[in-house]
Design a protein around this ligand. Structure first.
Ligand code: GCO
Length: 482
């Protein structure tokens, strides 16, 4: 059931259709050509850490099948491909000595993409920190801001003549919360809230120094952004009160979970932490210097975001707390109705993907675009969906095809939300389906399948799923028929 009418007014002519992957999830070859170990090589060897005892040692064997994989992308009609660079292929010891063979692999990939007419989108950090840097404290050590800048300088100098689009960090909230506070992702630490807050600050600092380094190293003017995570907040019904409640819920730090979006994005886009943070964290809060905030607050060229799901919100009966006015006080643009937001849990039977956090919430894309544009973009920065996708237990059918109808329906509904944003005049730049192919889903191993392309892991056979054929049509008519 469509949530809004099809409209011919849609995505701009220069909008790019793509798919995304990340190095550790697809490459394999963990020691090839001088690569050093990363924290995920370490974590996947820890007993009981990964479902099914899986590792990324082989994954999709992409390191050795890169050319064939680019040919697959071309056959789907992709216009852009988002991938990440494995830091420890470039710096096996994390800093210092450069491994030229690592850079050569990514140069070859970029050349192959450009020859196929596919625009490369490079993520510098998608979670596979060099193990050597973990031994020096990793994200707990403030020095990581300069290690990351050196890495960005080296990659920018090697690829900056051919890569226009860059992302510094993928989902910093996930790699800090899951990796450093909860311990279910690499490196598997369980730090206190105040120690975790140090890590938050260091990731943001690294985003800033990395952005500066990229701009200095790339010869031309490049487009730099980030790929943050976070649930969308969706007004339960589209009344001004509920819209304001959703905005408030999205942009208020309401507890010490470290998941709240403004904790991560306000420093990046507004140059300051949310006003309510010191009260929410009390003595655990740190006082960032103005110089640090200036470093973090670099001009960016697009607003990237990963989007899978959302939470419905309505205006509650209680007034909003005085210190939680994150939404309206900072260019939220809505009416200050002033009710405390109430998040509405989905019923137990609400549709999800194989992973329970992936609840069907098609309006998520629209509302993220609208709220991010209001608060951070002001109509000046294009919104780029850096990830959106669905996991289902796909297999190759008796007819040799993969009939993943649920994924098609999921993508279709979400894309309609994105198209609504475009039709309302919000600038949009591109869309990346997660993922090009089934791959290593971190602590969940290989069971959740997110790909447009099915991978039979024992034989590495690739099969285009029905969704890949559907997406090819979407791309060829530029989303007109959505
Ligand atoms: C993330 C990462 C991806 C995941 C995907 C599905 O968002 O966790 O960017 O690496 O595989 O999101 O969970």
């Amino acid at each position: 059931m469509p949530t809004f009418p099809t409209t011919a007014k849609g995505f701009p002519a220069n909008f790019l259709w793509g798919a995304a992957t990340a190095a550790y999830q697809i490459e394999g070859s963990p020691t090839a050509d001088g690569k050093g170990p990363s924290i995920w090589d370490m974590m996947s060897r820890k007993e009981g850490a990964i479902a099914g005892g899986a590792t990324g040692d082989i994954a999709c064997d992409h390191y050795r099948r890169m050319k064939a994989d680019v040919a697959l992308m071309k056959s789907i009609g992709l216009q852009a491909y988002r991938f990440s660079i494995s830091w420890s292929r470039i710096f096996p010891e994390g800093s210092g000595r450069i491994n030229q063979a690592g850079l050569d692999f990514y140069r070859a990939l970029v050349d192959e993409l450009l020859a196929a007419g596919i625009e490369p989108f490079v993520t510098l950090y998608h979670w596979d920190l060099p193990l050597a840097l973990h031994h020096r404290g990793g994200w707990m050590n403030r020095e990581i801001a300069s290690w990351f800048a050196d890495y960005a300088t080296t990659v920018g100098a090697a690829l900056g003549d051919r890569v226009n689009w860059w992302m510094t960090l993928n989902e910093p909230s996930v790699f800090i919360v899951c990796g450093y506070r909860d311990g279910n992702h690499a490196p598997g630490l369980k730090l206190s809230v105040s120690e975790s807050l140090r890590c938050v600050h260091h990731t943001l600092l690294a985003h800033g120094t990395g952005t500066q380094a990229l701009r200095a190293a790339c010869p031309g003017s490049v487009k730099i952004g980030m790929a943050p995570a976070g649930y969308a907040k969706i007004p339960d019904t589209e009344t001004p009160e509920n819209i304001e409640a959703a905005r408030r819920s999205l942009f208020t730090v309401s507890g010490q979970s470290l998941w709240d979006i403004p904790l991560w994005l306000d420093p990046v886009y507004l140059g300051r932490y949310p006003v309510e943070a010191p009260a929410v964290f009390g003595p655990k809060w740190h006082n960032p210097s103005d110089a640090d905030l200036k470093t973090i607050h670099q001009p960016l060229d697009f607003i990237g975001f990963n989007c899978y799901s959302g939470v419905r919100v309505r205006a509650g009966a209680q007034p909003a707390p005085a210190n939680g006015a994150g939404a309206t006080s900072l260019g939220g643009g809505g009416t200050a109705v002033g009710a405390a937001p109430e998040d509405l849990p989905y019923p137990h039977e609400h549709p999800t993907g194989q992973l329970s956090w992936l609840m069907l919430a098609p309006d998520a894309l629209y509302w993220k675009c609208r709220f991010y544009n209001e608060r951070y973009g002001h109509g000046k920065l294009p919104l780029v969906v850096t990830e959106n996708g669905f996991c289902s237990g796909d297999w190759v059918g008796l007819d040799g095809c993969v009939h993943d109808g649920a994924r098609i329906d999921y993508l279709h509904r979400y894309l309609r939300g994105f198209k609504r944003a475009a039709a309302e005049g919000i600038p949009t730049g591109g869309y990346f389906q997660w993922s090009l192919m089934d791959n290593f889903e971190w602590a969940e191993g290989y069971k959740p399948r997110f790909g447009l392309v099915h991978v039979d892991f024992p034989t590495q056979t690739r099969t285009l799923k029905d969704s890949a054929l559907w997406y090819r049509e979407v791309i060829s008519n530029h989303g007109h028929d959505l």
